[in-house]
Write a protein that binds this ligand. Structure first.
Ligand code: FAD
Ligand code: SF4
Length: 505
């Protein structure tokens, strides 16, 4: 019997509307820390997967920093092969439920989806989240048989960069230990991004994939103070080290009043709430007394998170103070509109000039000036210019800084690693630092970026570390023809001795 070939999909034949995702109502969600975006149901996922044109040369894959086979995973949703879909995702990305939630997809995979030229692009991130959540619900995991190869790998920092590198090294058979300064692993995924955007149960569950690969975590371990990077290579016997220590050191503006009680960084606010349970005080022993009126300076994702956390902690009024307009705001559109719906007050074109205190040294108000946009600056954005005589004050009990971060300085201070002029680790095109055997990636190299970019660099560094150790893998083989030595190097058969440490002088 002749079987009919499936018809080729076109922009006209696919579902025209993007499947909608349920969200908690804004009036309800400001009262709790539960997740705001509730994810797809099965029907939504099936419907949305039908919108993928299954392009033979998919632009979205190039748009994803870890090059997930996006067409493959979406097609398998349509076919009902959900487990296969999960396997495809985790070939490239161990954390689909996390990335599906927090990746800025509009600038990455979805930003280049051809459907987006006519309709709304395929909701790749939401589909990825759906598969990731299904895997967590079903308890799926990928646990390959791994042959130990005798190499010890040390990773500094358990954020996305560190764990992506750790996973790749563990898969090749290395004995991998991740050192983390805080008391729980995950980096910004744990201490920065709040529960209502990325629940800790999702972080916990996906981090377990690392443990299944044999990765060990040593928390409460500040590398540089307990031992140095040099000592990791000498005394502790690591054959190679990856540094993914992030950019968690907050910036301030150096205006009068910053030492008043009630001035803090967004990182401190978020860490106290997300990692130390301040939202659950006194059940958790971390108080966070913000008062009623909170002013947050900055308008990136971190600022949005800090403001929405403050609201949920019971603040009466939360304002965003930003010197440019909404159009120039670096936060994701979805985060700004969620913040607006929740009642955050936005003071666009406003810059603080002084924080004012009361007789007890507590913050009582902020003095600001109004701005207007002038000529474009070196970043191409129009420069904010102060409007003369526009100074005004508004009352605030707490002022939170969310104007960016710098590199974590400890490793630079305690090792001979070379830094660039901004204090980030200097690396070459293979992500090798100035110290032999030590590689780096993520925010400590690029400055504050995104989860998936950090993961991409963690994986790229892992490739270089494998080459450094002489570990053969399918993408990184020491091929005899490349070296003109007919299958043998120092008498060792290159195809067979996969885990022999061989490097040419
Ligand atoms: P990090 O995640 O910062 O992890 C570094 C880890 O190293 C930390 O756990 C730190 O404690 C540890 N460490 C540092 N020094 C040492 C040491 N000496 N010894 C041992 N451990 C050490 N990106 C997105 O894509 N989407 C988002 O929605 C998003 N929201 C964000 C919200 C907030 C509040 C913040 C702060 C960032 C957000 N980002 C987002 C950015 C993203 O989280 C980061 O780019 C990413 O986490 C960087 O990963 P990393 O592994 O380089 O560093
Ligand atoms: Fe898109 Fe991020 Fe998923 Fe890559 S990891 S496909 S960029 S959502």
């Amino acid at each position: 019997m002749a079987t009919s070939k499936p018809k080729k999909k076109t922009i006209r034949t696919i579902p025209q509307e993007r499947a909608r995702m349920l969200v908690q109502a804004s009036t309800q969600r400001v009262e709790n820390f539960e997740e705001v975006a509730l994810g797809f149901e099965l029907d939504d996922a099936l419907n949305e997967s039908e919108r993928c044109l299954l392009c033979p040369d998919p632009a979205c894959v190039a748009g994803c920093p870890v090059a997930i086979d996006i067409v493959g995973f979406i097609e398998n949703i349509t076919l009902g092969n959900y487990r296969r879909s999960y396997d495809i995702l985790t070939d490239a990305n161990l954390l689909p439920a996390i990335c599906g939630r927090v990746c800025p997809q509009e600038d990455q995979c979805e930003g280049v989806c051809p459907v987006g030229q006519t309709l709304e692009p395929v909701a790749i991130g939401r589909l990825e989240r759906w598969v990731g959540d299904l895997a967590l619900a079903k308890g799926w995991s990928n646990e390959p048989y791994i042959e130990p190869n005798g190499f010890k790998v040390g990773i500094v920092g358990s954020g996305p960069a560190g764990i992506a590198c750790a996973a790749d090294m563990a898969k090749t058979g290395c004995d991998v230990t991740v050192f983390e300064a805080l008391h729980a692993p995950g980096g910004v995924l744990r201490y920065g991004i709040p529960e209502f955007r990325l629940p800790n149960r999702v972080v916990d569950a996906e981090m377990q994939n690392l443990t299944r690969l044999g990765v060990k975590f040593e928390c409460n371990t500040l590398v540089g103070r307990l031992f140095t990077v040099e000592q990791m290579l000498s005394d502790l016997g690591f054959h190679t080290v990856f540094i993914g220590s992030g950019a968690g050191s907050p910036k301030f503006m150096d205006i009068p009043g910053e030492s008043l009680h009630g001035v803090l960084s967004a990182n401190e606010l978020l860490t106290r709430c997300n990692l130390m349970g301040a939202g659950d005080f006194p059940r958790h022993d971390t108080p966070l007394d913000l008062g009623d009126r909170i002013a947050v300076i900055g308008s990136g994702n971190t600022a949005m998170d800090a403001m929405r956390v403050a609201l949920r902690l019971g603040a009466e009024k939360v304002c965003c103070v930003y010197r440019r307009t909404r159009d120039e705001s670096p936060a994701r559109e979805e985060e700004i509109s969620h913040a607006e719906e929740e009642g955050i007050e936005f003071h666009w074109l406003t810059a603080p000039v002084e924080i004012l205190g009361n007789e007890n040294g507590n913050v009582r108000a902020m003095r600001c000036v109004r701005m207007e946009l002038g000529e474009p600056d070196e970043s191409g954005r129009r420069r904010p210019v102060e409007i003369e005589g526009s100074e005004y004050e508004f009352e605030a009990d707490t002022v939170v800084y969310a104007i960016g971060t710098n590199a974590n300085p400890v490793l630079g201070q305690t090792s001979k690693l070379k830094l660039n002029q901004w204090g980030y680790l200097e690396v070459d095109e293979n992500l090798a630092t100035s110290m032999a055997g030590v590689y780096a990636g993520g925010d400590i190299v690029t400055g504050a970026a995104t989860v998936i970019l950090a993961m991409g660099l963690g994986r790229q560094a892992a490739d270089s570390m494998k080459s450094y150790l002489g570990i053969r893998d399918t993408e990184n083989v020491y091929r005899p023809q490349q070296r003109g030595c007919e299958g043998k190097l120092f008498g060792i058969d290159l195809e067979e001795k996969n885990f022999t440490r061989l490097r040419l002088a």
